[in-house]
Ligand binder design. Structure first.
Ligand SMILES: [Zn+2]
Ligand SMILES: [Zn+2]
Length: 95
C-alpha cells in the first residue's frame, strides 16, 4: 500500500500496517492498514437496528405468504384474492 510521509509528504510503498522510516527524511511514520475497523471509527457505519420489516401476510384463499407495503388491502400475487393486511392506513377508506 502507498502512504505519505507526515513530515515531508513523500509517498512511499509499505507492505502493510507498522512503523516505517521515510526513505527521504527518515521520519518514522505509523501506518495503519485500511480496513473495516477503521471505517467504523468514523461512526457512520455503526450497526443500527434494522428498519421495521414490511409485514408478511398469508392469503386465506391459497395460503400463499407474501410481503405487503403500507396498504390496507393487498392483492395476492398467487390467486389475485383481495387480502386485508390488517394495517390501519389513512388512505383508501372509502369502503
Ligand atoms: Zn519524509
Ligand atoms: Zn392467494
Amino acid at each position: 500500500m502507498r502512504v505519505r510521509c507526515g513530515a515531508c509528504r513523500t509517498q512511499f510503498e509499505v507492505a502493510g500496517s507498522g512503523r516505517y522510516a521515510c526513505p527521504v527524511c527518515g521520519s518514522v511514520n505509523v501506518v495503519r492498514a485500511a480496513g473495516p475497523q477503521d471505517q467504523a471509527e468514523g461512526g457512520f457505519f455503526e450497526q443500527q437496528a434494522p428498519p421495521p420489516a414490511l409485514p408478511r401476510i398469508t392469503c386465506p384463499e391459497c395460503e400463499f405468504s407474501f410481503v405487503v407495503g403500507r396498504i390496507a388491502v393487498a392483492t395476492c400475487p398467487n390467486c389475485n384474492a383481495q387480502v386485508p393486511t390488517g394495517q390501519d392506513v389513512e388512505e383508501d377508506r372509502e369502503q
